[in-house]
Design a binder for this molecule. Structure first.
Ligand code: SF4
Ligand code: SF4
Length: 645
């Protein structure tokens, strides 16, 4: 391979777009035969049989539904088809009629079979509308009406993006993929510097979260045991999870860590202060503060992400139980709270956040891609400043609770956005910067690489478990209700095995192959870690795509629990019975596809830039990108299949 000109690369990219669009269009216009499908349709906690119905556009579908346990519902996205399924083949079909005033009314017809024509092509989810148990929000099935053009376009465009990337890599786009470099937000947002330099700033940001958090614990323990009737479950696992993945991480990195209520009480206890700084002139153990407790340092051999990785895997092993059982969520919060308090009596700094928090692990790695950073304005000023108050503490601010020396900090991973260094720096040498997405690009150890792989594997595993149509997978994960230990153990083995052995093994082989193809310009370790960076943008966008349906489908529960936070029959704002009315659910697969393709683009482009310092030659770099590009293409296509296929 030799360098090609940028103009030639762009021309080839444009030309290759023609078949990328023409092939799905061609498939769309192939003639298909229509026929009638008679389907014995069974509903049973928490899935349908068949879980997937595949037909051609124009086919007639006759469903003969029955429930094998409790009453279930059926609402088909994109089609105005809704019915209730009871035992012994008794069903109630919803129909709308207009009264004399032109107002639409809903009524139900008792029927034994339901007939409709699949007149729209694509993928449509059918979902339960009757609260049938703990996993009710995940009881879904899929209707695929061929030709599934959105899916075909997504596959085709994913291949086109990879081909375009490989062409552009040969044309050496360098840093030109970034539209701007860095903007000091203190210079463009008047008042921001004043605001974040207030001693009370973090406390005031934290306070509402702390109050709400303790109310959530109470509601988890004493409110409704049904997940989607309990405010803690709805706000934490639908709203917060989505906001974390789609807003906080891409825009603000560890911004959430600044306002996280979980470690706050421990920090206040350790400092014996809510806002004030206790400064001592003579340093104690290198810092100008004395904390309560033993003030030990965390053992060096555990100063990495391995514990976080295992704790995260342990947590998601009970993922479906955690997010559907309020008492399990409360138990997890209380456990974290007690752990942070105990740790603060033995160790100084945010040990839990740095080395144990399961959420903090991926927040750290994913914040490498985020569009904000806190950094020294002029590292040279730091080099010359002997006291390093940002690290050791000053009279205006606490020593960095995350053990970071900002003069040399080049990644967001372990910066908790607490703003203490801004206050402790006497040289006014620290600012908040806006930067292009995907700016920190160096993973430093295999612990971090495993973390990004675990995150991607779990995004896929959760997509299968929670969004997929397979009732047996949900039953396996839902062990406390299904009481089937063997399927649960197989389920765990599949997740742990994929996250710790299969995918890391495949990725390592891919990276080694990339190193060989490029002429071995770096050690296999360096190459593997650099290339692993590609999985961060891909992972962030995969999690956004995964979280989207829970918000767009279940947003009504947010209104309901705001009026009735404990599920006790209150109606504070008159929204307790807010109807279940998914927001354009037929658009969701398409939006997910666009989100995944965006992640693919960022993964490839930022991965290429990550290689720059170890492979200065752009031709060799282009060769090194070949196999990893195929690897991420494969990963993205697994998710495309799950969401759109
Ligand atoms: S206190 Fe300020 S100038 Fe000194 S090392 Fe820290 S950030 Fe740099
Ligand atoms: S580097 Fe500054 S903002 Fe980041 S955690 Fe340390 S003190 Fe807080």
């Amino acid at each position: 391979m030799t360098n090609i000109s940028r103009a030639k690369a762009y021309l080839l990219i444009l030309l290759s777009l023609v078949p990328a669009l023409a092939i799905p269009l061609l498939i769309r216009h192939l003639p298909v035969e229509t026929r009638t499908h008679n389907i014995a349709f069974k509903a049973e906690k928490y899935g349908y049989s068949p879980s997937k119905i595949v037909v051609n556009k124009g086919d007639k579908i006759i469903l003969k539904p029955t429930s094998l346990d409790v009453t279930h519902g059926f609402l088909l996205d994109g089609y105005s088809l809704e019915f209730v399924i009871k035992q012994q083949g008794i069903n109630y079909l919803k129909y709308l009629w207009e009264d004399d005033d032109g107002k639409l009314n809903a009524d139900w017809d008792k029927v034994s079979e339901i007939e409709f024509v699949a007149d729209k092509s694509g993928k449509f989810t059918y979902r339960c509308t009757q609260i049938c148990g703990n996993l009710h929000p995940f009881m879904t099935g899929e209707l695929i009406v061929r030709p599934n053009s959105p899916y075909h376009f997504a596959i085709s465009l994913s291949v086109w993006i990879v081909l375009s990337g490989l062409l552009l890599f040969q044309a050496n786009p360098g840093e030109r993929s970034a539209v701007f470099s860095r903007i000091n937000l203190f210079e463009v947002l008047p008042g921001l510097k004043w605001l974040v330099n207030r001693r009370s700033f973090q406390f005031l940001v934290l306070l509402p979260g702390v109050v709400i958090f303790y109310l959530f614990i109470l509601s988890s323990l004493w409110g409704s045991p049904v997940g989607n009737r309990n405010i803690a479950i709805i706000i934490v696992w639908i709203l917060w999870w989505f906001a974390l993945k789609a807003i906080f991480v891409p825009l603000g990195g560890r911004l959430w860590c600044m306002m996280c209520p979980l470690p706050a009480p421990a920090e206040w206890l350790s400092r014996r202060s809510l806002t004030a700084v206790h400064y001592i002139k003579k340093p104690f153990k290198g810092l100008h503060h004395r904390f309560s407790g033993l003030q030990r340092d965390w053992p060096k051999m555990m100063q990495n992400m391995w514990l976080q990785n295992f704790i995260f895997l342990a947590m998601i092993s009970f993922g479906i139980i955690l997010i559907t059982r309020p008492v399990a969520t409360a138990g997890m919060f209380l456990l974290i709270l007690v752990t942070t308090l105990v740790l603060s009596l033995v160790y100084r700094n945010r040990i839990f956040c740095l080395y144990l928090c399961p959420v903090g692990g991926f927040l750290g790695n994913y914040s490498m891609a985020s569009m904000t950073e806190i950094r020294a304005i002029d590292p040279e000023v730091c080099r010359k400043h002997k006291d390093k108050c940002c690290y050791t503490g000053g009279s205006g601010g606490w020593a960095c609770p995350w053990k970071q020396y900002i003069g040399k900090m080049s990644r967001n991973n372990y910066c908790g956005f607490c703003m203490e260094c801004l206050k402790s720096c006497p040289k006014d040498n620290i600012a908040i910067f806006l930067r292009p997405f995907g700016s920190d690009r160096v993973l430093k150890g295999y612990d971090e690489m495993f973390n990004v792989i675990i995150m991607l594997v779990v995004a896929i595993a959760f997509s299968i478990t929670m969004l997929g149509p397979w009732g047996f997978v949900k039953a396996a994960a839902n062990v406390t209700e299904s009481r089937q230990l063997l399927p649960y153990l197989i389920y765990l083995a599949a997740i742990w095995g994929s996250a710790l052995v299969v995918v890391p093994g495949l990725f390592t082989l891919t990276a080694r192959g990339a190193n060989r193809l490029a002429g071995k310009p770096a050690s296999d370790r360096d190459m593997t870690l650099r290339l692993a960076y590609m999985l961060i943008p891909v992972g962030i966008f995969a999690w956004i795509a995964f979280s989207l349906p829970s918000v767009l489908i279940n947003y009504n529960y947010i209104f309901s629990v705001l009026s009735d936070p404990l599920g006790l029959g209150w109606d504070i704002f008159g929204t307790a019975d807010y109807p279940f009315n998914p927001f354009h659910p037929e658009w969701i697969p398409m939006i997910q596809g666009i989100v995944l393709l965006t992640g693919l683009y960022f993964g490839l482009s930022r991965g290429f830039l990550a290689l720059k310092t170890i492979i200065p030659n752009s031709v060799a770099r282009g060769k090194a990108m070949l196999l990893p590009s195929l690897f991420v293409l494969g990963m993205v296509n697994i998710l495309l299949k799950l969401y759109m296929g």
